[in-house]
Design a protein around this ligand. Structure first.
Ligand SMILES: C[S@@+](CC[C@H](N)C(=O)[O-])C[C@H]1O[C@@H](n2cnc3c(N)ncnc32)[C@H](O)[C@@H]1O
Length: 260
């Protein structure tokens, strides 16, 4: 079974990434009455923005706790949206029923990219579009994540596998969506990740981010957490753009797939 993104407190990262959800919703050109599906909706960032524009919105995520948070946010803000448990490999909506399929840093975690792309294509209406984001694997934050991932793989004795699917590369995406009759365009975006210091950023991640919470527990149990944490801190401090605090710019792509 994959990571349960309900552990920790993903809400902290969701707040940080909300500006990207706004970019995605804007790029998707959502208008009132559009049928929108947000795949890997988490706490509902993009889904709620789409619903606020009058879209008939369904958020889908494997993590039940995050769906509860999304429902609570919808209720608190008086927004109508539906949130259902599901996975990119099996999206619980009818074929050709979505005018817009969104996924903000979420489908990139699907273990089977080919299956996930096929599912997103299946649910998209003939004149519909798919808009999603993927991190560009460079920069201090991605390097830091890589350090923890490598350490966890070593700790559990997992052999080095093939590199992850290149969700950030237009050619790779064209090969994924092309067979379903979609052409793909990619544009770049960036977001500044900030904290009062690199150490504080690392502490917040370790406490709140589901991947870090799971990774830290494992590294702790092997007595590796302190050494790996110091290594990650060194990378973050070297990448820090703000001498008085902590700021690292992370780059991502917004990919738009439309039927050719
Ligand atoms: C980085 S969070 C992004 C959440 C949300 N889209 C946002 O912008 O805050 C990744 C999300 O992907 C979800 N996820 C992980 N694996 C998935 C899969 N195979 N299919 C669909 N969603 C998945 C997680 O549960 C989590 O909510």
């Amino acid at each position: 079974m994959g990571l349960d993104w309900g552990i920790g407190r993903y809400e902290t990262t969701a707040e940080e990434l909300n500006p990207v959800a706004a970019v995605v919703v804007e790029r998707a050109g959502i208008t009132s009455g559009d049928r929108v599906v947000d795949v890997g909706c988490g706490t509902g960032n993009a889904a709620l923005l789409a619903a606020r524009l009058g879209a008939q919105t369904t958020g889908v995520d494997p993590a039940t706790r995050l769906l509860d948070v999304a429902r609570a946010r919808a209720a608190e803000t008086g927004v109508a949206a539906t949130f259902v448990q599901g996975d990119a490999a099996s999206i619980p909506v009818a074929t050709a029923s979505a005018d817009v399929v969104l996924s903000v840093f979420a489908v990139i975690f699907a273990p089977d990219p080919v299956g996930a792309a096929a599912e997103m294509a299946r649910v998209t209406a003939p004149r519909g579009r798919i808009v999603f984001t993927a991190w560009i694997p460079e920069g201090g934050i991605q390097d830091c994540v890589g350090i923890f991932q490598k350490a966890v793989a070593e700790a559990i004795g997992r052999p080095a596998g093939p590199p992850p699917f290149a969700w950030h590369e237009q050619k790779a995406l064209a090969s994924l969506f092309g067979p379903h009759g979609f052409s793909v365009e990619v544009e770049r975006g960036e977001i500044a990740i900030t904290a009062s210091s690199a150490r504080e950023y690392l502490e917040i991640q370790g406490r709140d981010h589901p991947m870090s919470v799971a990774g830290r527990a494992l590294l702790d149990s092997r007595g590796m957490a302190a050494v790996v944490g110091e290594r990650a801190l060194g990378v973050l401090e070297a990448a820090n753009e703000d001498p008085g605090a902590f700021r690292v710019t992370s780059r991502y792509v917004v990919a738009t797939a439309k039927r050719a």
